[in-house]
Design a protein. Sequence first.
Length: 187
Amino acid sequence: MGAVGSRELFFQAGFDVLAEAGYGGLKLAAVCQRLGVTSGSFYHYFASWSDYTQQLVVDWQDSMTARVEEVGTDPDPRRRLDRLMKGALALPHGAEAAIRVWGSIDFHVRDAQAAVDRHRFDAVFEAALQVLGNRRQAELFASWSIYLLVGYEQALLPRNPDGLEWLVTQMLESLDAGRFASVPDGD
């Protein structure tokens, strides 16, 4: 087995394991095997498995926040919504689902997941508010967006990326067609 180039490769291997084997499959042996390295190489970069998993979650949170921030620089709110939704289609949904499972038993992971969800919601909400001009309509659009994508991650049905893309397109077209104008102002 050879040496590995960086901590980031260990993080990517961890996300790949999460995506393919779920939280229960996230083990030191699986991560090292994916990279073709020994555990000695792992311990060159991380003090312990706990140290690695904590840093893995921080890396995931940072990268998910950065993805939203990159899109958030677009001055056109409608284009920004398009980019946010299309970016969500490209998420590693298997790894995201595994992180949600992990968060159900580890409050640090749950806190990171909640922060990422909130950041995503806020970005969609702010852009939708600029497009719709109505706070309640923007909240509903952002909620639907997050629920749709989280539900996709949690469903035990076969993955259907084309179907998810169609649903996202329908939501964006509903926004353009003024269908959110029928949203009542109350809860």
